[in-house]
Design a protein around this ligand. Structure first.
Ligand code: KG4
Ligand code: ZN
Length: 344
């Protein structure tokens, strides 16, 4: 049987990044190739509020979606009629934001009579690792973003089981809240990362998180940071605080990662999502590998860590291979979590 080629137009609009990508896959392949990707950040829109304002985010998606689409079609040398599959994130996320990208994909699917695929944002992050890497199955993945923190055992491209999840804040949220206390700009994670590079991580001590098993809890560390500011205020060395706080957050993450590796007999780890850009996290994984605790670790390149439509395209391609198409009546969802052990 001859191989079938599929051109995918994918939209991501679940939070505050508008992104569109064009990908090309073959029925004989496991992962599609990215032909073009555009990401329009909304940092300028939300900066003065110190956080994402949902109503403004939806309006910005509406403004950015068409220019981003024009750009990727132009760069890939394709027109709408060349697209075989329209895809968009449909959950979880901010409903008004999800509606913009998903309704756009629905409208194009209807107009050009091509199938629609709806993608789960966390599964897209998880599958983003396949854009550039080929870890050996089974391996462990830590999804560490602004809205989600989970550990998954990944058994194949489409088969993954959630084995740990945060019980309160996501890791990116803990970074952002810490950055706000330190008076850093928005989004705070990258700024805290930068400031921590010149600080002493052993200067301030944070307690050990007391949550059993593979689940996470980051909110206690944030409260400790708040108390530290109340106690010592202006006398604090901001760079040392940033380094110590970051170190406590990463200790908690990596303690769970090492526990999961032992528990499931795994030797390889992938980190995905916005916090996978963190320089200290990457250094720590590299030293775990040097010490022999890990056979290999993987992270997407920075542009594919934070929200992007290329990862949605990978997820859509896997669904296309499984013929898992969506109806034009499919709704978007807000924060409903995937069931443990769900498929991509
Ligand atoms: O994956 P993402 O773009 O959006 C969600 O799905 O949430 O992740 C955004 C999060 C933000 O919390 C941001 O502060 C964090 O990723 N982030 C970082 C770094 N770069 C982005 N956190 C720590 N260090 C970084 N270098
Ligand atoms: Zn995300």
């Amino acid at each position: 049987m001859s191989k079938q080629i599929v051109h995918i137009l994918a939209f991501e609009s679940s939070c505050d990044d508008t992104s569109v990508a064009v990908l090309r896959g073959s029925s004989g392949g496991e992962v599609p190739e990215v032909l073009s990707v555009a990401v329009q950040s909304q940092d300028e829109v939300h900066q003065k509020f110190g956080g994402v304002v949902p109503e403004l985010a939806s309006r910005a998606h509406l403004k950015n979606l068409i220019p981003c689409t024009r750009k990727v079609l132009h760069e890939s040398g394709l027109g709408f009629s060349d697209i075989d599959l329209f895809a968009a994130t449909h959950r979880p996320g901010l409903v008004g934001c999800l509606l913009i990208g998903h309704s756009g994909a629905k409208a194009l699917s209807f107009l050009f009579d091509r199938p629609l695929v709806s993608c789960h944002h966390i599964h897209s992050h998880l599958q983003s690792i396949f854009l550039e890497h080929s870890p050996t199955f089974p391996f462990l993945t830590a999804v560490v973003s602004g809205g989600h923190t989970s550990l998954y055992v990944v058994r194949s491209f489409d088969d993954f089981e959630e084995v740990g999840v945060t019980l309160d804040d996501a890791l990116g949220e803990a970074f952002d809240k810490g950055a706000k206390l330190l008076g850093l700009g928005f989004p705070g994670g990258p700024e805290l990362d930068r400031l921590a590079q010149s600080g002493d991580s052993g200067r301030y001590r944070f307690g050990r998180v007391k949550v059993a098993g593979l689940d996470f809890s980051f909110s206690g560390l944030k409260s400790e940071l708040q108390r530290l500011f109340q106690r010592e205020g202006e006398a604090l060395d901001r760079a040392d605080v940033a380094a110590s706080y970051q170190s406590a957050l990463l200790d908690h993450l990596l303690q769970r990662v090492e526990l999961a590796l032992t528990q499931f007999g795994l030797r390889e780890v992938a980190i995905v999502g916005g916090v996978a850009r963190n320089s200290e996290l990457r250094k720590r994984l590299a030293s775990l590998m040097e010490s022999g605790s890990l056979r290999a670790w993987y992270a997407p390149s920075p542009q594919f860590c934070t929200d992007n439509a290329a990862m949605v395209g990978v997820s859509a391609f896997r669904k296309w291979k499984r013929k898992e198409f969506s109806s034009l009546f499919e709704d978007v969802g807000s924060t409903r979590r995937p069931a443990r052990g769900s498929r991509g």
